[in-house]
Design a protein around this ligand. Structure first.
Ligand SMILES: Nc1ncnc2c1ncn2[C@@H]1O[C@H](COP(=O)(O)OP(=O)(O)OP(=O)(O)O)[C@@H](O)[C@H]1O
Length: 788
């Protein structure tokens, strides 16, 4: 094998990197769905299907047929061919496993679970959605694997060149845990190993450079203390019974006394105690508020030490959009911190130092790690670690396993990592659902009696017995789930709907869930409108002016939790009106840059008031069909102009675009939204040319103007997929569910879509009943992190 090379070392960058772009070739995550009814087969089909398990030529031919049908990717077949060429004596069952394991990566899974595959073989390929016509189908996986037993498959997963049970050079790794067997491409096995090892080291305080035994559990010798950046510092900061230390005092300065358990205070205390921490919670539960206070707490503890320098803290998010949003909210929160009172707790006059040492700038993970063009390797890695003491990552649910591993590899051993995110949101499109996997036990907390006692001393709050578990694992002690939404109270339909949807399937029956949902939808909440489409007009009305008349009082007169007025819901007419009515007149673009920047800022801000989200990309109910349809509707309203061809494939004034790949040359990030505007052409007086306006965080140059010809990876964004909307929020969000159920429609997708709504939500069912079906299907991502 010429291209495989690894010494199995977590810091090793020479891991097996066959088919480097597997993660980029993504489609849709795996969903729990009804298996398609196997198509009746002939004996001949069954015979040929069975032969594929014992004959490599037959297996390759079968893969060929699967690829032709779109059930398997070219990439997966190429891998199998390559392996078969390198090792002609490889068992066909091993090759089949390799094809399926590779295929899972494109669907968000880190590995192939053999047991699950044998239980529901048709989930292993990208079969068409239920209801699609399957004429002359190739053999289904369920037919191919019909007589195969787990023992036979396990027995075939051996070949000195291709598969091993752990460290080594083989391209495949087989992992056994109890009765479960998983097959990995080595690179992904290595990612999991590194993650386990690095996180476990942060929880125990050990240096990280070894390989974990497989399977790995987050068990640490009893009696091991949790590891903080400076364990002795935290110990000192606790004080004792007679003299409370700086930690409890600072927590009391940051948090007002409450009658109920303040989870935000708990989160700060736990995150300060460990070198690894997670703060998870739904929308508006105060993740940002909490992390700002945590940073103030950490700096206070640091500056209270004699001659200490402030901690070097960096904030990051997976996308430019998420980074910009955190930037916005964090700046406001920092100004509210009681820095003087905190500084008083330190012996020295450190108020100014404390204020200055809490960062407000948020960068993307790609920028932080130093992305380099044309390679997946970063400038910062184990050999060239990041220069920081604390790293906070927001929207961590969007971080895939490869990126999370890159972060942990580049993090100095003594540095502290805090992940923020909503564990219930859709995971990244790429393989791995790291935050969700790590937070599997967060709901019940599982704090040990020792942690509970420490927390009570630190925060003055006793923990209810429900959250205490003598069997709690070390990872549990580093996670806090925020449980109270401060944005959506009991009078908010958005909040109530999110809660009703988010109940896991083990907590209630499908029927109970449907009843709970329908109760919320019928209640008449002021911020929620449920629309079932019966004709085209209702959808047109929604995208033009937001169907504000469907909300109580037309959406007038509402205030937010601080008493500030909430603007009524709008549609796309709003930003197009701003575009048309506020256009600077008669001035050259260069000489009147401020006026053009103000105009563009207002248009962009107006655009963010409304966004239509949908589940699919293709077809009339997907992004492609909806974009064209909405553009034509707006043209009919005389809000946009252009031929059918222009509206579908060209550039026109008012076209909103979404950047779909980072472009470092243009300083544009995946997720950025720009609006196309006509500005005076400097070369031809009296004429205009189109430029796309993107917002920046630079107050001097608030708009980046880009010529359309320079934008290669953008798409129209009248409709945006829920996947792409992660990390964004819109005043009025409309979530459109297609008329037929599709594997991509799941509870996580609906939850993520509706929680993008800040003030108003219109939930659109193209056909009644789809919502009920979607919310009872859960994303099941396969990875080894589940075994923690
Ligand atoms: N303990 C609290 N008491 C009252 N209001 C709070 C509290 N914590 C947060 N808030 C307010 O609730 C709103 C949401 O808080 P924040 O932005 O911190 O939540 P989040 O979880 O980060 O939200 P998002 O869903 O946007 O990620 C903010 O207006 C904030 O000021």
């Amino acid at each position: 094998m010429s291209r495989k090379s690894t010494n199995g070392h977590p810091g090793d960058t020479q891991t097996f990197d066959l088919f480097d772009d597997t993660a980029a070739e993504t489609s849709e995550p795996k969903e729990k769905r009804e298996a398609s009814e196997p198509t009746p087969t002939t004996d001949a089909t069954q015979v040929s299907a069975h032969i594929a398990l014992s004959d490599t030529t037959e297996l390759l031919a079968l893969c060929e047929r699967w690829v032709a049908r779109g059930w398997l990717r070219d990439l997966d077949r190429a891998l199998v061919r390559f392996l078969a060429m390198e090792a002609p004596d490889a068992p066909p069952l091993l090759l089949l496993g390799a094809a399926l394991a590779s295929h899972q990566l494109g669907r968000g899974h880190v590995c192939l679970d053999l047991n699950a595959t044998l239980n529901a073989p048709d989930f292993a390929l990208s079969l068409p959605p239920e209801g699609d016509d399957l004429t002359d189908p190739p053999p289904l996986p369920s037919q191919v694997l019909a007589t195969l037993t787990l023992a036979d498959w396990q027995a075939a997963l051996h070949h000195p060149m291709l598969a091993s049970n752990g460290p080594g050079n083989t391209p495949l790794v087989v992992s056994h845990n109890g009765n479960t067997t998983k097959l990995y491409l080595r690179r992904y096995w290595q990612y999991e190993q590194t993650l386990h090892q690095e996180i476990a080291n942060r929880l125990t305080g050990e240096e990280g450079n070894g390989i974990c035994r497989s399977p790995i559990h987050w068990t640490i010798d009893s009696g091991t203390e949790p590891a903080g950046t400076c364990r002795s510092q935290i110990h000192r900061a606790m004080g004792d019974d007679s003299h409370p230390g700086i930690l409890p005092q600072a927590l009391n300065t940051l948090f007002q006394p409450t009658t109920t358990l303040d989870w935000q205070k708990t989160a700060c205390a736990l995150a300060a105690r460990n070198r690894f921490g997670i703060i998870t919670g739904g929308p508006g539960t105060g993740k940002t508020t909490t992390v700002v206070r945590l940073l103030a707490l950490l700096q206070t503890l640091q500056l209270a030490e004699p001659d200490a320098q402030p901690l070097r803290i960096r904030l990051a998010a997976p996308t430019g959009k998420a980074a910009a949003r955190l930037n916005e909210s964090i700046a406001g929160q920092v100004s509210l911190l009681p820095t003087e009172a905190l500084a008083d707790l330190c012996d020295e006059a450190v108020t100014e130092q404390l204020k200055a040492s809490i960062p407000t700038e948020v960068t993307t993970l790609h920028r932080l790690l130093g992305a380099r063009p044309d390679t997946r390797h970063f400038r910062h890695n184990a050999a060239n670690p990041l220069a920081l003491d604390v790293l906070v990552i927001d929207e961590a649910s969007m971080v895939d396993i490869e990126m999370m591993t890159a972060v942990l590899r580049a993090l100095p051993a003594q540095a502290q990592l805090v992940l923020l995110g909503d564990k219930d949101q859709l995971a990244s499109v790429e393989a791995g659902a790291v935050l969700g996997d790590l937070c599997r036990r967060a709901e019940a907390a599982h704090y040990t009696p020792e942690t509970a006692q420490w927390l009570e001393s630190a925060t003055g709050q006793p923990l209810p017995p429900d959250y205490i578990d003598a069997q709690g694992q070390p990872l549990d002690q580093a996670i806090t789930m925020l449980r109270v939404s401060h944005r959506f109270n009991e009078y908010s339909g958005i909040g109530q709907l999110a809660q009703a949807i988010n109940q896991p399937s083990h907590a209630q029956s499908d029927q109970e869930k449907h009843q709970a949902l329908n109760k919320v939808l019928r209640h008449g909440y002021p911020d929620l409108h449920h629309l079932t489409l019966t004709d085209d007009a209702a959808l047109d009305k929604l995208v033009i002016h937001g169907s504000h008349d469907k909300f109580i009082n037309g959406g007038e007169g509402r205030t937010d939790h601080n008493g500030a007025p909430i603007a009524p819901p709008t549609g796309y007419r709003h930003y197009l009106n701003v575009l048309n009515t506020q256009r600077p007149r008669g001035a050259s673009f260069e000489e009147n840059a401020d006026a053009y920047n103000d105009w563009a800022s207002n248009v962009l801000s107006a655009y963010s008031h409304f966004q239509l989200l949908c589940a699919l990309r293709k077809g009339p109910w997907g992004v492609e069909g909806l974009n064209l349809r909405i553009a034509k509707t707006l043209r009919h309203e005389k809000l946009l102009y252009g031929s059918d061809f222009t509206l579908e494939k060209g550039w026109y004034e008012g076209r909103p675009v979404l950047v779909t790949q980072n472009d470092y040359g243009l300083k544009l990030m995946n997720g950025d939204i720009g609006i196309t505007l006509a500005v005076p052409d400097p070369r031809t007086p009296g004429k205009t040319l189109l430029r796309v306006a993107f917002p920046t965080s630079d107050v001097e140059k608030p708009i980046r103007w880009v010529l359309p010809s320079r934008l290669h990876t953008v798409e129209t964004v009248f409709a945006m997929t829920v996947h792409k909307s992660q990390g964004s929020e819109f005043n009025h969000t409309a979530l459109l569910l297609p008329p037929t159920i599709n594997p991509i429609l799941t509870r996580e997708l609906v939850y993520t879509g509706i929680t993008r709504a800040r003030d108003w939500l219109t939930l659109v069912e193209a056909k009644r009943g789809v919502l009920n079906e979607a919310v009872t299907r859960e994303v099941m991502r396969v990875s080894g992190l589940e075994e923690i």
